[in-house]
Design a protein around this ligand. Structure first.
Ligand code: SAH
Length: 347
């Protein structure tokens, strides 16, 4: 394609080898690509203007050749309870995404969104109320981490893809994002500190197992029988729990990484001791870690969180069975904690 007519490329979504190829095709030296990559992904520049070791002419040309994404924070809420911050960001097409920053003893963690909206339709989740708007690009996922690093002035050590969207429904962009996030020429976050949470897209889980990554895969299970799971999650009509556990086994086998099972406790729906027993039976063969999440109330949805004593009883069953489990500390309870709620309120 003629250089003057080709579509403007989203430069921040290019990997270093792609950027090198791109620069060379523009008649630039390959080392320019390295310099630019470092500006974008290490120094977290918000525009070409900031790239002061490039000539002014090149910076201006870049502005005409490429698009350069940068998020605008339109709202920041900080929890008075634990310092958790929730960010509502505007994308260049004015869509909104939310991300969360959590401070733990072992480092700062960022929870990012992978799509604008979601099409999975889980019955307790606020993210899918408006359906899927579009996928996020690799740059837009990276930008959430970069913007939060700049706004807090602190290094991010853990990234969890557990915000709005189904990450494995945006597979290729997710993979590019993970490779760039963990690239030594960028923020160089350890793969072991990256977690991807899925509602259970079996073929993509298996594909992910073969990518030679050391990330953690979390499966949103939420039920211990197919019948119950179908009530909560439409995706359960497509894949059975047996197929899911097979895919988890395959992931463990290929990567050596233990799976986390996420289990949102909904009062009277999936919180009985029999559920807990079945959950232990599912978790045991793969030595999964279990994350219990007391369901966060969502205004538009009709369900409640189990009482403390019931959550405790559920946990006791796990303990008795010596299954490794923890209750997700409820961070930022006072600031629209549950997925997708801040964005919905703003819309
Ligand atoms: N699509 C991915 C990421 C979604 S959000 C997935 O399904 O895993 C991360 C976790 O929060 C998922 O386990 C999701 O099921 C859960 N979740 C969503 N809404 C919730 C709510 N209101 N209360 C408790 N957990 C919720």
């Amino acid at each position: 394609m003629d250089k003057t007519t080709r579509k403007r490329i989203d430069i921040k979504s290019l990997t270093l080898p792609q950027l090198e190829e791109e620069m060379v095709s523009r008649g630039e030296k390959a080392f320019r690509a390295r310099q630019m990559y470092e500006w974008m992904h290490k120094k977290l520049a918000r525009s070409f203007e900031e790239m002061t070791n490039l000539s002014k002419a090149l910076r201006e040309d870049c502005g005409t050749w490429y698009t350069y994404t940068a998020l605008q924070a339109v709202k920041v809420q900080e929890s008075k309870l634990d310092g958790t911050r929730k960010f509502l960001f505007q994308l260049s097409d004015s869509n909104l995404v939310e991300s969360v920053w959590m401070k733990y003893r072992h480092g700062n963690s960022v929870c990012i969104s992978s799509q604008v909206g979601c099409r999975m339709g889980c019955s307790f989740c606020a993210s899918s109320l408006g359906g899927l708007e579009r996928n996020l690009t690799p740059a837009e996922m990276l930008d959430q981490v970069y913007a939060i690093t700049l706004l807090t002035g602190e290094r991010v050590s853990n990234v969890v893809v557990m915000g709005t969207g189904e990450p494995l429904d945006n597979y290729d962009n997710l993979l590019t994002f993970i490779r760039m996030l963990t690239d030594e020429n960028g923020l160089h976050i350890s793969q072991r500190n990256v977690t991807v949470s899925t509602c259970g897209l079996v073929p993509q889980m298996k594909k992910l197992a073969r990518e030679d990554l050391q990330i953690t895969l979390a499966l949103s299970l939420h039920a211990t029988t197919d019948e119950k799971r179908r009530e909560l999650m439409p995706i359960a009509n497509r894949y059975t729990i047996e197929e899911l556990m097979d895919a988890c086994g395959y992931y463990f086998e290929q990567t050596g990484r233990r799976i986390t099972l996420e289990y949102s406790l909904v009062a009277g729906v999936n919180d009985s001791e029999r559920d807990a027993e079945r959950l232990c039976r599912l978790a045991r063969p793969l030595r999964c870690h279990i994350n219990l999440i007391p369901a966060n109330p969502v205004k538009e949805r009709d369900f409640v969180q189990p009482e403390g004593s019931r959550i405790k009883a559920f946990q006791n069953v796990l303990e008795k069975n010596r299954i490794n489990g923890s209750i997700r500390r409820e961070m930022g309870r006072d600031i629209d904690g549950a997925c997708g709620q801040l964005r919905r309120r703003h819309m």
